[in-house]
Write a protein that binds this ligand. Structure first.
Ligand SMILES: *Cc1c(COP(=O)(O)O)cnc(C)c1O
Length: 474
Protein backbone atom coordinates (compact mmCIF):
# COMPACT_ATOMS: atom_id res chain seq x y z
CA UNK A 1 0.00 0.00 0.00
CA UNK A 2 1.46 3.35 -0.96
CA UNK A 3 1.29 6.29 1.46
CA UNK A 4 -1.40 7.85 -0.76
CA UNK A 5 -3.49 4.68 -0.80
CA UNK A 6 -3.07 4.41 2.95
CA UNK A 7 -4.25 8.00 3.38
CA UNK A 8 -7.37 7.38 1.36
CA UNK A 9 -8.30 4.12 3.13
CA UNK A 10 -7.57 5.60 6.50
CA UNK A 11 -9.96 8.47 5.76
CA UNK A 12 -12.61 5.94 4.77
CA UNK A 13 -12.12 4.14 8.07
CA UNK A 14 -12.23 7.29 10.15
CA UNK A 15 -15.52 8.24 8.51
CA UNK A 16 -16.88 4.79 9.34
CA UNK A 17 -15.59 5.08 12.91
CA UNK A 18 -17.29 8.44 13.49
CA UNK A 19 -20.55 7.13 12.01
CA UNK A 20 -20.34 4.01 14.16
CA UNK A 21 -19.79 5.93 17.37
CA UNK A 22 -22.73 8.17 16.50
CA UNK A 23 -25.10 5.31 15.75
CA UNK A 24 -23.96 2.39 17.90
CA UNK A 25 -27.31 2.52 19.74
CA UNK A 26 -29.06 1.36 16.56
CA UNK A 27 -27.36 -2.05 16.56
CA UNK A 28 -28.65 -4.98 18.59
CA UNK A 29 -26.47 -4.89 21.72
CA UNK A 30 -25.79 -8.60 21.40
CA UNK A 31 -25.82 -10.16 17.93
CA UNK A 32 -28.41 -12.75 17.08
CA UNK A 33 -25.94 -15.44 16.01
CA UNK A 34 -25.29 -19.06 16.81
CA UNK A 35 -21.86 -20.57 17.42
CA UNK A 36 -20.13 -21.08 14.07
CA UNK A 37 -22.24 -18.50 12.16
CA UNK A 38 -19.29 -16.18 11.62
CA UNK A 39 -16.65 -18.80 10.95
CA UNK A 40 -18.69 -20.40 8.20
CA UNK A 41 -18.68 -17.08 6.31
CA UNK A 42 -14.88 -17.05 6.32
CA UNK A 43 -13.06 -19.02 3.63
CA UNK A 44 -11.34 -22.18 4.87
CA UNK A 45 -8.09 -21.14 3.20
CA UNK A 46 -6.26 -17.79 3.22
CA UNK A 47 -6.09 -15.93 -0.11
CA UNK A 48 -3.10 -16.82 -2.25
CA UNK A 49 -3.05 -13.48 -4.00
CA UNK A 50 -3.58 -10.00 -2.65
CA UNK A 51 -7.12 -8.76 -2.14
CA UNK A 52 -8.26 -5.16 -2.49
CA UNK A 53 -8.76 -3.04 0.58
CA UNK A 54 -12.34 -2.43 -0.52
CA UNK A 55 -13.07 -6.15 -0.41
CA UNK A 56 -11.55 -6.48 3.05
CA UNK A 57 -13.43 -3.48 4.41
CA UNK A 58 -16.71 -4.71 2.90
CA UNK A 59 -16.33 -8.06 4.67
CA UNK A 60 -15.55 -6.25 7.91
CA UNK A 61 -18.87 -4.43 7.61
CA UNK A 62 -20.87 -7.43 6.35
CA UNK A 63 -19.44 -10.27 8.44
CA UNK A 64 -17.65 -8.92 11.48
CA UNK A 65 -19.78 -5.98 12.64
CA UNK A 66 -23.04 -7.99 12.65
CA UNK A 67 -21.28 -10.59 14.79
CA UNK A 68 -20.07 -8.15 17.44
CA UNK A 69 -21.42 -7.48 20.91
CA UNK A 70 -21.46 -3.70 21.05
CA UNK A 71 -19.77 -2.77 24.30
CA UNK A 72 -20.23 0.94 23.65
CA UNK A 73 -23.97 0.56 23.00
CA UNK A 74 -25.90 2.96 25.28
CA UNK A 75 -27.93 0.06 26.72
CA UNK A 76 -24.92 -2.09 27.57
CA UNK A 77 -25.06 -2.49 31.36
CA UNK A 78 -23.38 -5.91 31.57
CA UNK A 79 -20.12 -7.05 33.25
CA UNK A 80 -18.00 -4.00 33.97
CA UNK A 81 -17.67 -1.53 31.09
CA UNK A 82 -14.79 -1.70 28.66
CA UNK A 83 -13.09 1.69 28.80
CA UNK A 84 -13.41 3.86 25.74
CA UNK A 85 -13.31 7.45 24.59
CA UNK A 86 -12.53 9.32 21.41
CA UNK A 87 -9.23 10.54 22.89
CA UNK A 88 -8.21 6.99 23.70
CA UNK A 89 -9.01 5.78 20.18
CA UNK A 90 -6.89 8.56 18.72
CA UNK A 91 -4.00 7.75 21.04
CA UNK A 92 -4.20 4.06 20.06
CA UNK A 93 -4.20 4.98 16.38
CA UNK A 94 -0.96 6.87 16.80
CA UNK A 95 0.63 4.19 18.97
CA UNK A 96 -0.23 1.65 16.28
CA UNK A 97 1.16 3.88 13.58
CA UNK A 98 4.47 4.25 15.39
CA UNK A 99 4.59 0.46 15.64
CA UNK A 100 7.14 0.59 18.44
CA UNK A 101 8.09 -2.23 20.78
CA UNK A 102 8.64 -0.55 24.12
CA UNK A 103 10.47 -3.18 26.14
CA UNK A 104 13.34 -1.01 27.38
CA UNK A 105 14.21 2.66 27.51
CA UNK A 106 16.48 2.44 24.48
CA UNK A 107 13.81 0.86 22.28
CA UNK A 108 11.65 3.97 22.76
CA UNK A 109 12.85 6.56 25.27
CA UNK A 110 9.67 8.63 24.98
CA UNK A 111 7.48 5.60 25.65
CA UNK A 112 9.39 4.73 28.81
CA UNK A 113 9.44 8.29 30.11
CA UNK A 114 5.79 8.95 29.29
CA UNK A 115 4.79 5.73 31.08
CA UNK A 116 6.91 6.75 34.05
CA UNK A 117 5.18 10.14 34.21
CA UNK A 118 1.67 8.74 33.59
CA UNK A 119 2.07 6.33 36.48
CA UNK A 120 3.10 9.26 38.70
CA UNK A 121 0.05 11.18 37.53
CA UNK A 122 -2.27 8.26 38.25
CA UNK A 123 -0.67 7.51 41.61
CA UNK A 124 -1.07 11.10 42.78
CA UNK A 125 -4.51 11.56 41.23
CA UNK A 126 -5.88 8.48 43.02
CA UNK A 127 -4.30 9.41 46.36
CA UNK A 128 -1.84 6.52 46.46
CA UNK A 129 1.28 7.15 48.59
CA UNK A 130 4.02 9.12 46.85
CA UNK A 131 6.63 6.43 47.48
CA UNK A 132 4.68 3.93 45.34
CA UNK A 133 5.95 3.20 41.85
CA UNK A 134 3.74 2.22 38.93
CA UNK A 135 3.98 0.27 35.71
CA UNK A 136 1.40 -0.57 33.06
CA UNK A 137 0.50 -4.26 32.77
CA UNK A 138 -1.85 -5.83 30.26
CA UNK A 139 -4.51 -6.87 32.74
CA UNK A 140 -5.44 -7.19 36.36
CA UNK A 141 -5.07 -10.94 36.09
CA UNK A 142 -1.43 -10.48 35.10
CA UNK A 143 -0.88 -7.80 37.73
CA UNK A 144 -2.14 -10.07 40.49
CA UNK A 145 0.07 -12.87 39.19
CA UNK A 146 3.03 -10.49 39.26
CA UNK A 147 2.12 -9.60 42.86
CA UNK A 148 1.93 -13.27 43.90
CA UNK A 149 5.24 -14.10 42.23
CA UNK A 150 6.91 -11.12 43.86
CA UNK A 151 5.47 -12.10 47.25
CA UNK A 152 6.69 -15.66 46.73
CA UNK A 153 10.22 -14.51 45.91
CA UNK A 154 10.29 -11.89 48.68
CA UNK A 155 9.19 -14.48 51.23
CA UNK A 156 11.58 -17.18 50.00
CA UNK A 157 14.47 -14.70 49.70
CA UNK A 158 14.48 -15.30 45.94
CA UNK A 159 15.24 -18.99 46.46
CA UNK A 160 12.35 -20.36 44.41
CA UNK A 161 13.42 -18.39 41.34
CA UNK A 162 16.84 -19.94 41.81
CA UNK A 163 16.22 -23.55 42.69
CA UNK A 164 12.50 -24.15 42.41
CA UNK A 165 10.20 -25.31 45.18
CA UNK A 166 12.03 -27.57 47.60
CA UNK A 167 8.85 -29.31 48.68
CA UNK A 168 8.87 -27.93 52.24
CA UNK A 169 7.18 -24.61 51.51
CA UNK A 170 3.67 -24.53 52.78
CA UNK A 171 2.55 -21.12 51.60
CA UNK A 172 -0.99 -19.90 52.06
CA UNK A 173 -2.80 -17.17 50.14
CA UNK A 174 -5.98 -15.58 51.50
CA UNK A 175 -8.79 -13.84 49.67
CA UNK A 176 -12.51 -13.47 50.22
CA UNK A 177 -15.21 -15.73 48.86
CA UNK A 178 -16.21 -12.75 46.68
CA UNK A 179 -12.76 -12.28 45.07
CA UNK A 180 -12.35 -12.40 41.31
CA UNK A 181 -11.62 -15.76 39.69
CA UNK A 182 -8.25 -14.42 38.50
CA UNK A 183 -6.95 -14.94 42.05
CA UNK A 184 -7.65 -18.67 41.75
CA UNK A 185 -6.02 -18.78 38.36
CA UNK A 186 -2.96 -16.83 39.47
CA UNK A 187 -2.44 -19.00 42.57
CA UNK A 188 -2.34 -22.02 40.29
CA UNK A 189 0.04 -20.42 37.81
CA UNK A 190 2.37 -19.24 40.59
CA UNK A 191 2.83 -22.87 41.62
CA UNK A 192 1.26 -22.33 45.03
CA UNK A 193 -1.51 -24.86 44.59
CA UNK A 194 -5.20 -24.07 44.68
CA UNK A 195 -5.56 -26.08 47.92
CA UNK A 196 -3.51 -23.32 49.55
CA UNK A 197 -5.90 -20.57 48.58
CA UNK A 198 -8.04 -19.86 51.63
CA UNK A 199 -11.40 -18.25 50.90
CA UNK A 200 -12.31 -16.07 53.83
CA UNK A 201 -15.95 -15.42 54.62
CA UNK A 202 -17.61 -12.03 54.26
CA UNK A 203 -19.88 -9.82 56.31
CA UNK A 204 -23.46 -9.00 55.36
CA UNK A 205 -22.22 -6.37 52.89
CA UNK A 206 -20.07 -9.01 51.08
CA UNK A 207 -16.81 -7.43 52.29
CA UNK A 208 -14.11 -9.67 53.76
CA UNK A 209 -14.34 -10.30 57.49
CA UNK A 210 -11.00 -9.28 59.05
CA UNK A 211 -11.74 -11.41 62.12
CA UNK A 212 -12.17 -14.50 59.98
CA UNK A 213 -9.03 -13.63 58.05
CA UNK A 214 -6.88 -13.38 61.14
CA UNK A 215 -8.39 -16.52 62.63
CA UNK A 216 -7.56 -18.44 59.44
CA UNK A 217 -3.99 -17.14 59.45
CA UNK A 218 -3.48 -18.09 63.11
CA UNK A 219 -4.96 -21.53 62.51
CA UNK A 220 -2.70 -22.07 59.50
CA UNK A 221 0.43 -20.95 61.33
CA UNK A 222 -0.33 -23.40 64.13
CA UNK A 223 -0.44 -26.12 61.49
CA UNK A 224 2.93 -25.17 60.05
CA UNK A 225 1.77 -23.11 57.06
CA UNK A 226 3.44 -19.82 56.09
CA UNK A 227 1.02 -16.99 55.31
CA UNK A 228 2.31 -15.53 52.04
CA UNK A 229 -0.19 -13.04 50.69
CA UNK A 230 -3.65 -11.60 51.23
CA UNK A 231 -5.48 -10.42 48.13
CA UNK A 232 -8.17 -7.95 49.13
CA UNK A 233 -10.65 -6.25 46.83
CA UNK A 234 -11.88 -2.71 46.52
CA UNK A 235 -15.03 -3.22 44.46
CA UNK A 236 -15.75 -6.91 43.98
CA UNK A 237 -16.98 -8.07 40.61
CA UNK A 238 -20.27 -9.42 41.88
CA UNK A 239 -21.40 -6.43 43.94
CA UNK A 240 -18.56 -3.82 44.31
CA UNK A 241 -18.12 -4.77 47.95
CA UNK A 242 -15.25 -2.88 49.57
CA UNK A 243 -12.97 -5.00 51.76
CA UNK A 244 -11.72 -3.23 54.94
CA UNK A 245 -8.21 -2.77 53.63
CA UNK A 246 -6.84 -0.86 56.60
CA UNK A 247 -7.70 -3.65 59.05
CA UNK A 248 -6.42 -6.21 56.54
CA UNK A 249 -3.19 -4.21 56.21
CA UNK A 250 -2.68 -4.39 59.98
CA UNK A 251 -3.24 -8.14 59.96
CA UNK A 252 -0.73 -8.56 57.14
CA UNK A 253 1.84 -6.51 59.04
CA UNK A 254 1.34 -8.63 62.17
CA UNK A 255 1.88 -11.86 60.25
CA UNK A 256 4.54 -10.67 57.76
CA UNK A 257 2.29 -11.29 54.87
CA UNK A 258 2.19 -9.47 51.50
CA UNK A 259 -0.96 -7.41 50.96
CA UNK A 260 -2.12 -7.02 47.38
CA UNK A 261 -5.20 -4.91 46.63
CA UNK A 262 -7.33 -5.67 43.58
CA UNK A 263 -9.20 -2.47 42.76
CA UNK A 264 -9.63 -3.40 39.09
CA UNK A 265 -12.92 -1.62 38.59
CA UNK A 266 -13.44 0.68 41.55
CA UNK A 267 -9.88 2.04 41.63
CA UNK A 268 -10.84 4.66 39.06
CA UNK A 269 -13.32 6.13 41.55
CA UNK A 270 -10.37 7.08 43.77
CA UNK A 271 -9.88 10.00 41.41
CA UNK A 272 -12.69 11.56 43.48
CA UNK A 273 -11.35 12.57 46.91
CA UNK A 274 -14.75 12.02 48.55
CA UNK A 275 -14.51 8.31 47.66
CA UNK A 276 -11.09 7.73 49.22
CA UNK A 277 -12.73 6.26 52.32
CA UNK A 278 -12.51 3.08 50.23
CA UNK A 279 -8.71 3.20 50.17
CA UNK A 280 -8.11 4.32 53.74
CA UNK A 281 -5.00 2.46 54.92
CA UNK A 282 -3.74 1.88 51.36
CA UNK A 283 -0.27 3.05 52.41
CA UNK A 284 0.12 -0.22 54.31
CA UNK A 285 -0.31 -2.43 51.24
CA UNK A 286 2.54 -3.87 49.19
CA UNK A 287 0.90 -3.76 45.77
CA UNK A 288 -2.23 -2.30 44.21
CA UNK A 289 -3.85 -2.64 40.80
CA UNK A 290 -6.64 -0.86 38.97
CA UNK A 291 -7.73 -0.89 35.37
CA UNK A 292 -8.08 2.40 33.51
CA UNK A 293 -9.37 0.04 30.80
CA UNK A 294 -12.52 -0.50 32.81
CA UNK A 295 -13.80 2.76 34.23
CA UNK A 296 -11.29 5.41 33.16
CA UNK A 297 -12.23 5.95 29.53
CA UNK A 298 -9.10 4.19 28.24
CA UNK A 299 -9.12 1.26 25.87
CA UNK A 300 -8.20 -2.26 26.77
CA UNK A 301 -5.47 -3.05 27.56
CA UNK A 302 -4.22 -0.75 30.30
CA UNK A 303 -3.82 -1.99 33.84
CA UNK A 304 -2.06 0.28 36.35
CA UNK A 305 0.03 -1.73 38.81
CA UNK A 306 1.68 -0.03 41.79
CA UNK A 307 4.23 -1.38 44.24
CA UNK A 308 5.73 -0.11 47.45
CA UNK A 309 9.10 -1.84 46.97
CA UNK A 310 10.06 -1.65 43.33
CA UNK A 311 13.32 -3.49 43.99
CA UNK A 312 11.44 -6.63 45.07
CA UNK A 313 9.52 -6.49 41.79
CA UNK A 314 12.63 -6.03 39.69
CA UNK A 315 14.58 -8.70 41.58
CA UNK A 316 11.79 -11.13 40.82
CA UNK A 317 11.57 -10.44 37.11
CA UNK A 318 14.88 -9.11 35.85
CA UNK A 319 16.88 -10.96 33.29
CA UNK A 320 20.00 -9.67 31.66
CA UNK A 321 20.99 -11.40 28.46
CA UNK A 322 23.88 -9.80 26.62
CA UNK A 323 21.72 -8.63 23.72
CA UNK A 324 19.50 -6.53 25.99
CA UNK A 325 22.25 -4.69 27.92
CA UNK A 326 22.37 -0.94 27.36
CA UNK A 327 24.62 1.81 28.68
CA UNK A 328 21.63 3.56 30.35
CA UNK A 329 20.50 0.57 32.42
CA UNK A 330 21.29 2.25 35.74
CA UNK A 331 19.49 5.49 34.87
CA UNK A 332 16.16 4.38 33.47
CA UNK A 333 13.22 2.04 34.00
CA UNK A 334 13.52 -0.96 31.73
CA UNK A 335 9.93 -2.12 32.05
CA UNK A 336 10.65 -5.56 30.59
CA UNK A 337 11.91 -6.30 34.14
CA UNK A 338 8.65 -5.18 35.76
CA UNK A 339 6.39 -7.97 34.55
CA UNK A 340 6.11 -11.11 32.48
CA UNK A 341 6.32 -10.33 28.75
CA UNK A 342 9.46 -8.93 27.19
CA UNK A 343 7.66 -7.05 24.43
CA UNK A 344 5.42 -4.17 25.40
CA UNK A 345 2.90 -2.02 23.59
CA UNK A 346 3.02 1.77 23.87
CA UNK A 347 0.03 1.97 26.21
CA UNK A 348 0.94 5.19 27.97
CA UNK A 349 0.10 7.23 24.89
CA UNK A 350 -3.66 6.68 25.00
CA UNK A 351 -3.61 7.31 28.74
CA UNK A 352 -1.90 10.65 28.20
CA UNK A 353 -4.46 11.59 25.56
CA UNK A 354 -7.34 10.61 27.87
CA UNK A 355 -6.09 12.37 30.98
CA UNK A 356 -5.29 15.57 29.09
CA UNK A 357 -8.46 15.69 27.06
CA UNK A 358 -10.77 15.09 30.05
CA UNK A 359 -8.68 16.80 32.69
CA UNK A 360 -8.95 15.56 36.26
CA UNK A 361 -12.16 17.50 36.77
CA UNK A 362 -13.70 16.09 33.63
CA UNK A 363 -12.96 12.53 34.76
CA UNK A 364 -14.24 13.22 38.27
CA UNK A 365 -17.46 14.67 36.88
CA UNK A 366 -18.04 11.58 34.70
CA UNK A 367 -17.46 9.25 37.62
CA UNK A 368 -19.78 11.25 39.88
CA UNK A 369 -22.45 11.20 37.18
CA UNK A 370 -22.11 7.43 36.85
CA UNK A 371 -22.46 7.00 40.58
CA UNK A 372 -25.54 9.23 40.58
CA UNK A 373 -27.05 7.01 37.85
CA UNK A 374 -26.33 3.93 39.94
CA UNK A 375 -27.99 5.53 42.96
CA UNK A 376 -30.99 6.44 40.81
CA UNK A 377 -31.37 2.83 39.67
CA UNK A 378 -31.07 1.71 43.28
CA UNK A 379 -33.91 4.06 44.22
CA UNK A 380 -36.08 2.65 41.42
CA UNK A 381 -35.43 -0.88 42.66
CA UNK A 382 -36.33 0.12 46.21
CA UNK A 383 -39.47 1.99 45.24
CA UNK A 384 -40.88 -0.43 42.66
CA UNK A 385 -43.08 -3.19 44.06
CA UNK A 386 -41.91 -6.65 43.06
CA UNK A 387 -38.24 -5.66 42.91
CA UNK A 388 -35.70 -6.48 45.57
CA UNK A 389 -32.27 -4.92 46.17
CA UNK A 390 -29.72 -7.68 46.78
CA UNK A 391 -26.58 -5.81 47.90
CA UNK A 392 -25.47 -2.36 49.05
CA UNK A 393 -24.68 0.08 46.21
CA UNK A 394 -21.54 1.97 47.20
CA UNK A 395 -20.87 3.01 43.59
CA UNK A 396 -22.80 2.38 40.39
CA UNK A 397 -23.40 -1.37 40.25
CA UNK A 398 -26.92 -2.30 41.32
CA UNK A 399 -27.65 -5.93 42.22
CA UNK A 400 -31.35 -6.74 42.20
CA UNK A 401 -33.92 -9.37 41.36
CA UNK A 402 -37.62 -9.51 40.76
CA UNK A 403 -39.50 -10.96 43.65
CA UNK A 404 -43.22 -11.34 43.01
CA UNK A 405 -45.38 -11.10 46.10
CA UNK A 406 -45.95 -14.47 47.71
CA UNK A 407 -43.22 -16.28 45.81
CA UNK A 408 -40.81 -17.46 48.49
CA UNK A 409 -39.34 -20.54 46.87
CA UNK A 410 -35.69 -19.70 46.09
CA UNK A 411 -35.47 -22.09 43.16
CA UNK A 412 -38.54 -20.51 41.58
CA UNK A 413 -37.11 -17.02 42.15
CA UNK A 414 -33.83 -18.06 40.53
CA UNK A 415 -35.76 -19.40 37.60
CA UNK A 416 -37.89 -16.33 36.88
CA UNK A 417 -34.87 -14.07 37.21
CA UNK A 418 -32.80 -16.22 34.88
CA UNK A 419 -35.69 -16.14 32.43
CA UNK A 420 -35.99 -12.36 32.75
CA UNK A 421 -32.34 -11.75 31.92
CA UNK A 422 -32.50 -14.20 29.06
CA UNK A 423 -35.53 -12.43 27.56
CA UNK A 424 -33.99 -8.99 28.03
CA UNK A 425 -30.73 -10.00 26.38
CA UNK A 426 -32.45 -11.89 23.55
CA UNK A 427 -34.34 -8.68 22.68
CA UNK A 428 -31.08 -7.11 21.48
CA UNK A 429 -32.22 -3.88 23.16
CA UNK A 430 -30.18 -4.20 26.33
CA UNK A 431 -27.42 -6.36 27.80
CA UNK A 432 -27.19 -7.34 31.47
CA UNK A 433 -25.30 -10.08 33.30
CA UNK A 434 -26.00 -12.05 36.42
CA UNK A 435 -24.17 -13.24 39.50
CA UNK A 436 -24.93 -15.24 42.61
CA UNK A 437 -25.00 -13.62 46.05
CA UNK A 438 -25.72 -15.82 49.06
CA UNK A 439 -26.44 -18.48 46.46
CA UNK A 440 -29.30 -16.44 44.98
CA UNK A 441 -29.51 -15.53 41.31
CA UNK A 442 -29.03 -11.78 41.03
CA UNK A 443 -29.13 -9.37 38.08
CA UNK A 444 -26.31 -6.80 37.82
CA UNK A 445 -26.87 -3.36 36.29
CA UNK A 446 -23.69 -1.29 35.83
CA UNK A 447 -24.07 2.33 34.76
CA UNK A 448 -20.45 3.11 33.98
CA UNK A 449 -19.97 3.61 30.26
CA UNK A 450 -18.11 6.70 29.19
CA UNK A 451 -21.12 8.17 27.38
CA UNK A 452 -23.82 6.99 29.77
CA UNK A 453 -26.44 9.67 30.48
CA UNK A 454 -29.50 9.85 32.70
CA UNK A 455 -31.50 9.24 29.54
CA UNK A 456 -29.68 6.04 28.48
CA UNK A 457 -29.91 4.70 32.03
CA UNK A 458 -33.64 5.54 32.30
CA UNK A 459 -34.23 3.75 29.04
CA UNK A 460 -32.38 0.71 30.37
CA UNK A 461 -34.45 0.70 33.55
CA UNK A 462 -37.70 1.08 31.56
CA UNK A 463 -36.77 -2.00 29.54
CA UNK A 464 -36.14 -3.96 32.72
CA UNK A 465 -39.54 -2.95 34.11
CA UNK A 466 -41.36 -3.66 30.88
CA UNK A 467 -39.90 -7.16 30.58
CA UNK A 468 -40.39 -7.82 34.29
CA UNK A 469 -44.08 -7.02 34.00
CA UNK A 470 -44.40 -9.29 31.02
CA UNK A 471 -42.71 -12.12 32.85
CA UNK A 472 -45.27 -11.90 35.65
CA UNK A 473 -42.85 -10.46 38.18
CA UNK A 474 -41.96 -6.89 38.97
C1 LIG B 1 -12.39 -7.37 35.91
C2 LIG B 1 -11.75 -7.77 37.17
C3 LIG B 1 -10.56 -8.51 37.16
C4 LIG B 1 -9.93 -9.00 35.89
O1 LIG B 1 -9.44 -7.95 35.11
P1 LIG B 1 -8.56 -8.23 33.79
O2 LIG B 1 -7.85 -6.95 33.56
O3 LIG B 1 -9.55 -8.55 32.72
O4 LIG B 1 -7.66 -9.36 34.06
C5 LIG B 1 -9.96 -8.80 38.37
N1 LIG B 1 -10.51 -8.39 39.52
C6 LIG B 1 -11.66 -7.69 39.58
C7 LIG B 1 -12.22 -7.26 40.91
C8 LIG B 1 -12.33 -7.37 38.40
O5 LIG B 1 -13.48 -6.69 38.46
Amino acid sequence: MSPEEFRSHAHQLVDWMADYLGSVGEYPVKPNVKPGDIRKQLPAQPPVTAESFDAIFKDFKDIIVPGMTHWQHPQFFAYFPSGSSEASILGEMLATTLGAQCMIWLTSPAAEELEHRMMEWLRDATGLPSHFTGVIQDSSSSSTLVALLTAREWKSKYAINQSGFNGDERFRVYTSTQAHSSVDKDVRIAGLGIDNLVKVGTEKDFAMSPEELEAAIIRDKAQGFTPLCVVSTIGTTSSTAIDPISAIGDICARHECWHHIDASYAGSALLCPELRWMSKGVEKCDSFVFNPHKWMFTHFDCSAYFVKDKQALINTFSIMPEYLKTPEDKLVNNYRDWGIPLGRRFRALKLWFVIRSFGLEGMQQRLRDHIAYGQWVKQQVLSTPGFELMAPVPLNLVCFRIHPKGMEDEAALDEINAKLIQDLNASGKILLTQTKLDNKFVIRFVAGQTHATMETVKKGWELVREFAERSGGG
